[in-house]
Every structure is written in structure tokens, then in C-alpha cells.
Design a protein around this ligand. Structure first.
Ligand code: SF4
Length: 391
């Protein structure tokens, strides 16, 4: 597979990404292992005030390039509160190159989208997941298949060009035919960014429990691979570039915020359970709304974990993240960012996986081959483990 040359690495830079974890959901989806709480019974307004206080505690001096409101379901927040919150954030950080909100199709309206655009949003990421009623039911989604098209059309009518749609494949009972149907329906909506994730059974989700009890069986590896291959072939034939293992975009529509993660460039995460990579430190906030609110009320951070990685750890993390992108590790950028030559530091795993046809390396850098994409996790493991000895 050719490297995606339209997605150039943007280098380490001094700028910042800002992520906000809005922890409210109307109902828990059966596959979801993210931290979220029911909307009802919580003081949403007090939570949004706390997030603004947390931002003030950090008081970042760098320009913020991207703002991303995820969760949870930002669209579950009452409209007036959400618009006011977005305005307060943007007042503090100034104009950003990209401002994304995650949208649940059950919580969308043209009016909301108009107001979000007016307030400064530039991009929406819509959680569609599937166009089959039976699959949506299996996943425990609160929207129906028709809501997805309605949401996309409402966003387009409100002037949003930069739209992403998430899909999940490898659901119990699926086939190549059912997946191709979802892909076709997604393409017909004319959104410039599509994500295709293979279903994972992660603790502590209800589906994980079902798996443990034998109430559900994952699809076999061969079908999973066929479904992934169908996504790559269908989407690239339709003019999408594969940006990352699970993400596809028309030229110019890659998500800049997500590119920042894969390039291992700094970001601040606000809200419960949010992680940050900031000033050389990795931190994770407590996945507990009450503990989060209590800490912020005391004007302290709500860290559950903090770690200052060594230069070698940073190099390994950067390699693993870079390799998720189709463009892979850009040697010169990597060296400037970490101080290590990746072709020397990772010479052993590169030699090993290149001989198996899973990696493609040249003096410019290293990237997964198409074959490598199918077993990316096992390849990436060997880059993560280099500081404890490859092999
Ligand atoms: S998948 Fe999204 S909408 Fe569903 S429970 Fe998880 S965070 Fe909420």
C-alpha cells in the first residue's frame, strides 16, 4: 500500500490540542467501556463550570490548534448550556483551526447545528455505528438507522462540510453483505470522513460480560479480516485516503485533533477520566465525576495517575502512535521530536517485520504494509517493548 502523501507530519511544534470529556449519556451502550454517567440527576451546569475552572488552572500559554468535545455525549447537554460552554472555552483559548463535537444522532437538530456553527464549531463527528436496526439494537444505541441520515442532512443544511461518521463492524450475526450495505449507506450521505472500527469487547461493558458468560460470540478472525478489507477497498475506491488503521478521509478532511494523538504532540484533557500529554508528563483524571468536582472545587487537579516518561519511553510511544498512521514514522520528524533515529533504535523489529512483509522501511521512514495493517497490534507491541528488550 502506498503511503498517504497528502497527510504530511506537522512536526512537534509548540501548539496544543484541547480535549473535553463530557461524561453524560442518555443510556449506556452495550459495547461502551468509556466513563459516563446518566444525564438525569446530575448538575450539568456545575460540571461545565468545573471544566472551565480546570482550564483556568492550567492556563496554557501556547496557542490551541484543535478543540474536541467528546465523551460521553456532548449532544446530550441541553442546547443553551452547550452553546454557552463552547463560547466560554473559545473566549479563553482564542480561535482554533478545528473545533469538533461528537454528536449522537438521537440528539441532533438543524437548529442545534446552526447555533454550534455560530458559536465556533467547525466539525461534527457523528456516531452512526450501523444502518441495520438489528445491529443498532445489539449495540444498545438510542437512535434508529433513519436518524443517521437525518442528522447528516441537518448538519449539511446548517453549513457543516467537515463531517465524520463512525461505523462499527464485526457485530455478532453480521456478514460481508450486511457490512457492505452499511458502507454503501454511509457513502451515499457524502460525508468526507469515515471511521470503521472492529467491535471490541472491553471490560467493564455489558457486552464484555455477555462474552464472558458465553451469551455472545465474536466473529471469527477470517470474517473480521474480510470485513476490514472490504472497508479499505470500498472506501479507497470511492476516493477516500486511509489516514490511520481505522480512519478514512477525503483529501483535506483528516481530523487534525486525532492526527495530533498519532503524532504524539501535546494535548490537554479536561473532565473526568480525560488523559493529557502536557509539559512532558502523562496524566489521567479520576474516572469519577464526584471526585473530579471535589478536586476542582479545591482548585487542584483531579489526577488519578501521573507519569513522566523517560526519553526512551517517549520514543517508543511515539513510534507506536506514528505507526497507526498509514504514513507511518517520518524519520526526520521523529528524530527532531525524540532525539532518536528510528531506523537505528528499532532496527531489530523493523528487520524482523519487514522480512515477514508486515513493514515497509526506507531511508525516509517506516510504515505498515497492507498485510501489516491486519495484525497491527502484534507488530506495534514490538516497538512498545524496545526499552525492555526486543524479542
Ligand atoms: S458509546 Fe458513546 S453514547 Fe454510547 S454510552 Fe458510550 S459514550 Fe455514551
Amino acid at each position: 500500500m502506498a503511503a498517504d502523501l497528502s497527510i504530511q507530519p506537522s512536526g512537534p511544534g509548540g501548539d496544543l490540542g484541547l480535549y473535553v470529556h463530557i461524561p453524560f449519556c442518555e443510556k449506556k451502550c452495550r459495547y461502551c467501556a468509556f466513563y459516563s454517567v446518566p444525564l438525569r440527576g446530575h448538575d450539568v451546569s456545575a460540571f461545565l463550570d468545573a471544566v472551565v475552572c480546570e482550564l483556568d488552572l492550567y492556563a496554557p500559554s501556547q496557542p490551541v490548534e484543535t478543540l474536541y468535545l467528546g465523551g460521553g455525549s456532548p449532544s446530550a447537554v441541553p442546547e443553551a448550556l452547550l452553546i454557552g460552554f463552547l463560547r466560554r472555552l473559545l473566549d479563553r483559548i482564542g480561535p482554533v483551526a478545528e473545533c469538533t463535537l461528537e454528536i449522537n444522532p438521537a440528539q441532533a437538530s438543524e437548529r442545534l447545528f446552526f447555533r454550534l456553527r455560530e458559536a465556533g464549531a467547525t466539525r461534527l463527528s457523528i456516531g452512526g455505528q450501523s444502518f441495520h436496526p438489528r445491529e443498532l439494537d445489539f449495540l444498545g444505541r438510542i437512535h434508529c438507522a433513519d436518524d443517521i441520515g437525518r442528522t447528516v442532512r441537518a448538519a449539511q443544511a446548517a453549513g457543516f462540510e467537515n463531517l465524520g461518521l463512525d461505523l462499527i463492524y464485526a457485530l455478532a450475526g453480521c456478514s460481508l453483505k450486511t457490512w457492505e450495505y452499511s458502507l454503501e449507506k454511509a457513502l451515499a450521505l457524502d460525508v468526507p470522513h469515515l471511521s470503521a472500527y472492529s467491535l471490541t469487547y472491553e471490560a467493564p461493558s455489558p457486552l464484555y460480560t455477555d462474552l464472558q458468560c458465553g451469551r455472545v460470540r465474536p466473529v471469527d478472525e477470517e470474517l473480521d479480516r474480510d470485513l476490514y478489507e472490504a472497508a479499505i477497498d470500498t472506501l479507497t475506491a470511492a476516493g477516500f485516503e486511509q489516514v490511520e488503521i481505522s480512519n478514512f478521509a477525503r483529501p483535506g478532511f483528516a481530523c487534525r485533533h486525532n492526527l495530533r494523538y498519532w503524532e504524539n504532540r501535546p494535548w490537554l484533557g479536561l473532565g473526568p477520566s480525560a488523559g493529557s500529554w502536557y509539559q512532558g508528563r502523562r496524566t489521567t483524571n479520576a474516572a469519577d465525576l464526584d471526585a473530579y468536582l471535589a478536586a476542582i472545587r479545591q482548585e487542584t487537579f483531579a489526577y488519578a495517575e501521573r507519569h513522566t516518561p523517560s526519553p526512551l519511553e517517549i520514543a517508543c510511544e511515539t513510534a507506536v502512535l506514528n505507526l497507526r498512521k498509514i504514513a507511518g514514522i517520518h524519520r526526520a520528524v521523529f528524530e527532531q521530536q525524540t532525539g532518536y533515529d528510528p531506523l537505528t533504535l528499532f532496527a531489530d523489529p523493523i528487520r524482523h517485520h519487514a522480512a515477514l512483509g508486515l513493514l515497509d522501511a526506507d531511508p525516509e521512514g517506516v510504515r505498515l504494509t497492507r498485510q501489516g495493517l491486519f495484525i497491527a497490534d502484534s507488530v506495534l507491541c514490538d516497538f512498545a517493548a524496545i526499552d525492555s528488550g526486543f524479542g
